[in-house]
Design a protein around this ligand. Structure first.
Ligand code: AMP
Ligand code: TRP
Length: 342
């Protein structure tokens, strides 16, 4: 059995403002992996995934640069990590098609994210929205990536990626051709919840802007959103057990712990017994201190889009060089004579 060299791949969609959920659930992890020398790292802005729902072209182009700016502003170094946008490397679309022929209708029918996103209008959803996870599998496996840092909501898509990899290896009798990639999910920050309802995920698509902290919110707006965050009337507990059945309190304490790099137990040791009146100002100060500088840096970068474009172009070239020989092998394995442009 060959062993695949450790390679990290992850992506984010350029479909609106990135939130504190994207930051704590994924970006912090992307940056932490930079310190792990054993990994090669690719971080993609998945613009082809964005068009599974309608996008205004100018807004899509801007959002693509903005996600790249968020990557850089959060601490990703374009020299140490490959940063690029998906549509620039044709291997994604090519392998995506091949995987739509490997994945089974039944597998995709079980995907909860499609059901959520398509809602009541399933018949009107794009075919791309339905087959979205096959393109995600292509993103990862075009590089034979072994590790994928994501939030909890992507776990099912990663399982599908593994199923596709295993079926391909098996159907074409090429054992270990693709690795079975592992999700890297940080349990404490895997699901950051809405500030208006502790039972719903914080999401860039929530109609209420008060439900989320956007990475581009300024200090005043961040503080205001934390001040107005939904809570309950009880004082904070002294132990984590006391947070059960208190989703809003649990979420705010979890955010504090993640942003300050200490455990929930330690946060409660300090704030247990106090009301939200004492805790919220401390959380607001901390969130402003950590997030506002990222927004400032993103704005600075967005003023020089040429610099961002240069990072994306360079990243795409390096990514394509990694994907090209793998794709060549895939076409050969399938009997597709001379296939592929990448
Ligand atoms: P998306 O914005 O859907 O492209 O998501 C990009 C990444 O952020 C994925 O790894 C998601 O799992 C992660 N993510 C999005 N929202 C949250 C959240 N509220 N809590 C934790 N992770 C999240
Ligand atoms: N589906 C992911 C999301 O919505 C984005 C994504 C696309 C991705 N391709 C990926 C994440 C590959 C990790 C690896 O968040």
């Amino acid at each position: 059995m060959t062993t695949h060299s450790p390679r990290v791949f992850s992506g984010m969609q350029p479909t609106g403002n990135l939130t504190l959920g994207n930051y704590l659930g994924a970006l912090v992890n992307f940056v932490a992996l930079q310190e792990r020398e054993e990994f090669e790292r690719l971080y993609c802005v998945v613009d082809l995934h964005a068009i599974t729902t309608a996008q205004e072209p100018a807004a899509l182009a801007r959002a693509t640069r903005e996600v790249a700016a968020a990557y850089i502003a959060s601490g990703l170094d374009p020299k140490r990590s490959i940063i690029f946008n998906q549509s620039r490397v044709s291997a994604h679309a090519e392998l995506g098609w091949i995987f739509t022929c490997v994945a089974r209708m039944g597998w995709l029918n079980r995907m909860t994210q499609f059901k959520e996103k398509a809602g009541k209008h399933k018949e009107n959803a794009s075919v791309g929205l339905f087959s979205y996870p096959t393109l995600m599998a292509a993103d990862i496996l075009a590089y034979r990536a072994t590790h994928v840092p994501v939030g909890e909501d992507q776990k099912q898509h990663l399982e599908l990626t593994r199923d596709i990899a295993a079926k391909f290896n098996n159907d074409f009798n090429v054992p270990d051709f693709f690795p079975l990639p592992e999700p890297l999910i940080q349990p404490d920050t895997a699901r950051i919840m809405s500030l208006r309802d502790g039972k719903n995920k914080m999401s860039k698509s929530d109609p209420s802007d008060m439900s989320r902290i956007n990475l581009t919110d300024d200090a005043d707006l961040i503080a205001q959103k934390i001040r107005k965050a939904k809570t309950d009337p009880e004082p904070l507990p002294s132990e984590p057990d006391g947070l059960a059945e208190r989703p809003e309190a649990q979420n705010l304490i979890g955010i504090f712990a993640a942003l300050s790099g200490v455990s929930v137990t330690e946060v409660l040791a300090e704030y247990g017994g106090q009301g939200f009146g004492a805790f919220k100002p401390a959380l607001a100060d901390l969130t402003v201190a950590k997030i506002a500088p990222i927004g400032d840096e993103m704005r600075r970068l967005m003023e020089t889009p040429d610099e961002i474009d240069a990072v994306l172009a360079d990243g795409a070239e390096r990514a394509a060089a990694l994907a090209r020989p793998i794709l060549r092998e895939i076409y050969d394995t399938l009997g597709l004579i001379g296939g592929g442009s990448a």
